[in-house]
Design a protein around this ligand. Structure first.
Ligand code: HEC
Ligand code: HEC
Ligand code: HEC
Ligand code: HEC
Ligand code: HEC
Ligand code: HEC
Ligand code: HEC
Ligand code: HEC
Ligand code: HEC
Ligand code: HEC
Length: 308
């Protein structure tokens, strides 16, 4: 107990030291990158940090209550981890000594400029591919998906109460697919778009979280990974040969009805022209998988034809 309180005394001394002694530029470098405010907007030239949010509230009282419920509001207000965080409002809005004296709207940032501001602190592992991401290169910015002045979502300060709604604003085609009869339950909250995509950027196809399609799918459907005694090679190669990721009107997210799917590769093989088999295939629509039940591979000694 004694040690603990000694430790916390040291800790608060240390943070006092950090808050007062270390120059701002070194601090923010420790947290990420510096932003050249005057380069973002020449209006900042010569301005200093007022570091006094009460001064801001004298004119912006309307933001006080909603901002203080946000992650930044709580953290910067109660336990800032450095000079930059301690400036609170100005860590995102820039040095505002001049604005306090001559207030106007001339220091407003664009979506792109805000991204540079956010990256002072958020250039961490999760966003290492941000600068080459399909979002950044299409002029989508942090504030296109996040609203930081108000807590609207349970986590991650999203611009709407849930992620599906945020993404649906721009990706209406995906939204429509997610309402088909067979779908990944994103609308229902059973999975998130971000379960499969790193929207902050990722190398490879469609910013998938694990680089390849199959690795992404195995993340939740481990039993499809194998290894199997009898591999069905297309399943090993690419799940999307037979499935669509978002939604389909064919059962099991299949690209087409399963019988025609199989026939696209097995036209000339097997027993395709033998009535006794095809009789079973057609009426049920499930077709081939009535008998070939292990389409992703089989571990049964006699499963070579995927019938067990
Ligand atoms: C984490 C970054 C961040 C912090 C910290 C922050 N803001 Fe903001 N603020 C923004 C962004 C981004 C916008 C643009 C509008 C939006 O996306 O909600 C904004 C908008 C505003 C606006 C204009 C629009 C509105 O919502 O009324 C005011 C005024 C404002 N902020 C004041 C403040 C004050 C005062 C503080 C501190 C108490 C503060 N901000 C802290 C990022 C921040
Ligand atoms: C004396 C009153 C006053 C004070 C003090 C003041 N502001 Fe403002 N602020 C204004 C006015 C007026 C506007 C312009 C509003 C408009 O045109 O919609 C504004 C606009 C803003 C905007 C939106 C436009 C922009 O420049 O991004 C932000 C953000 C903002 N103020 C942040 C702050 C912060 C942070 C502080 C404290 C350091 C602060 N203000 C202190 C009056 C004030
Ligand atoms: C296309 C929408 C979108 C854009 C653009 C976006 N985000 Fe996010 N962000 C999300 C979603 C969705 C989550 C929640 C899921 C997750 O954890 O990845 C999230 C989570 C976060 C988190 C909390 C979890 C984590 O990853 O650390 C931070 C911090 C964050 N975003 C910062 C940023 C910053 C900074 C930018 C701009 C450089 C940005 N975001 C751009 C959608 C977006
Ligand atoms: C001065 C540093 C700083 C700046 C600037 C900053 N953040 Fe943060 N942000 C933090 C810290 C600290 C946290 C708390 C989580 C953590 O430790 O990473 C956080 C958390 C978040 C979260 C997760 C919130 C949650 O409740 O899950 C999101 C999303 C986020 N920031 C987005 C942004 C966006 C968007 C901007 C720019 C408009 C921005 N941040 C600017 C420091 C900053
Ligand atoms: C189960 C995993 C998964 C989920 C959940 C998911 N996606 Fe995808 N998404 C993928 C895969 C895999 C691709 C790659 C498709 C391709 O390359 O043919 C993709 C492709 C995309 C594309 C590129 C265009 C297209 O349609 O091929 C967009 C945009 C997209 N997803 C947005 C979203 C949005 C928005 C959500 C949430 C509503 C979402 N995704 C949920 C796996 C998923
Ligand atoms: C402000 C609009 C906007 C929002 C909001 C948005 N996106 Fe995007 N997204 C885009 C644009 C523009 C592109 C560039 C490529 C394109 O046009 O599809 C893109 C690209 C993508 C891609 C890559 C597509 C490909 O062709 O490989 C994925 C995946 C994606 N977004 C997922 C998401 C997810 C998940 C969300 C929600 C967290 C989201 N987006 C929110 C506009 C947006
Ligand atoms: C984040 C976890 C997650 C990831 C990653 C994931 N899935 Fe799913 N998948 C689910 C959930 C949850 C269901 C719904 C299960 C249920 O309703 O019982 C599902 C259902 C399915 C179904 C059956 C759909 C139906 O109509 O019954 C197929 C097929 C499927 N996923 C294929 C894929 C493919 C292909 C990928 C890779 C692109 C993938 N999944 C990635 C979680 C995931
Ligand atoms: C050769 C086509 C084909 C490929 C490739 C394929 N699947 Fe399937 N998958 C099917 C068929 C057909 C069904 C329906 C099976 C049934 O009705 O018994 C199915 C059903 C599913 C289901 C739902 C039922 C279940 O077995 O859990 C999931 C989940 C699934 N596949 C995931 C995957 C994943 C993950 C991959 C990639 C590793 C993949 N599939 C590759 C044909 C394929
Ligand atoms: C993308 C092409 C493709 C699709 C679609 C496909 N398969 Fe295959 N299948 C293959 C390949 C390649 C092999 C391995 C052939 C070999 O080893 O001679 C194989 C092997 C088989 C075998 C074992 C054949 C043997 O000679 O041992 C059966 C049974 C089979 N598939 C059934 C199906 C069924 C049922 C479907 C539909 C759900 C289907 N396949 C969809 C490509 C495909
Ligand atoms: C009534 C059950 C049944 C149905 C329905 C069925 N199969 Fe088969 N299939 C079998 C059995 C049993 C074997 C193994 C036959 C053998 O080893 O002689 C087999 C073997 C195969 C083979 C391997 C043939 C070979 O030369 O070794 C392929 C390919 C195949 N089926 C594809 C299909 C396709 C495609 C469909 C749907 C159009 C389908 N099957 C429907 C029971 C069925």
């Amino acid at each position: 107990m004694k040690n603990l309180s000694l430790f916390s005394v040291c800790l608060s001394l240390l943070s006092l030291f950090l808050l007062s002694e270390v120059p701002l530029s070194a601090q923010s470098r420790r947290q990420g990158r510096d932003v050249d405010w005057a380069k973002l907007n020449p209006g900042f030239a010569g301005a200093t940090f007022a570091s006094d949010k009460e001064a801001c509230f004298t004119c912006h009282e309307e933001v006080r209550e909603r901002y203080q419920k946000t992650t930044h509001g709580r953290l910067f207000g109660h336990s800032p981890r450095g000079v930059l965080e301690a400036t609170d409002c100005e860590s995102c809005h820039g040095p505002r000594s001049k604005h306090v004296e001559e207030p106007d709207a001339s220091l407003a940032f664009s979506v792109e400029q805000y991204s540079a501001v956010c990256m002072q602190c958020h250039q961490d592992g999760k966003r290492i591919y941000w600068h080459t991401s399909l979002h950044k290169t299409a002029d989508v910015g942090c504030v296109s998906c996040h609203t930081v002045m108000e807590k609207r979502s349970h986590t991650a300060l999203m611009s709407k109460s849930n992620q599906f709604a945020v993404c649906s604003d721009c990706h209406t085609e995906v939204q429509v697919k997610m309402r088909r009869t067979s779908r990944h339950p994103a609308q229902e909250g059973g999975v998130d778009c971000s379960s499969c995509h790193n929207v902050h950027g990722a190398p490879g196809r469609a910013m998938l979280v694990r680089g390849t399609v199959n690795e992404t799918c195995y993340g939740c459907h481990q039993e499809k990974r194998g290894p199997f005694l009898w591999e069905h090679s297309p399943a090993r190669e690419d799940c999307l040969t037979c499935h669509v990721p978002h939604g389909s009107n064919n059962r099991n997210l299949l690209v087409t009805q399963s019988a025609s799917l199989c026939v696209s590769c097995h036209q000339y093989g097997g027993h395709i022209n033998q009535y006794r088999y095809n009789r079973v295939s057609t009426p049920y629509g499930n077709g081939c998988v009535n008998c070939h039940v292990t389409m992703h591979g089989s571990n049964h000694p006699s499963g070579a034809k995927f019938t067990r």
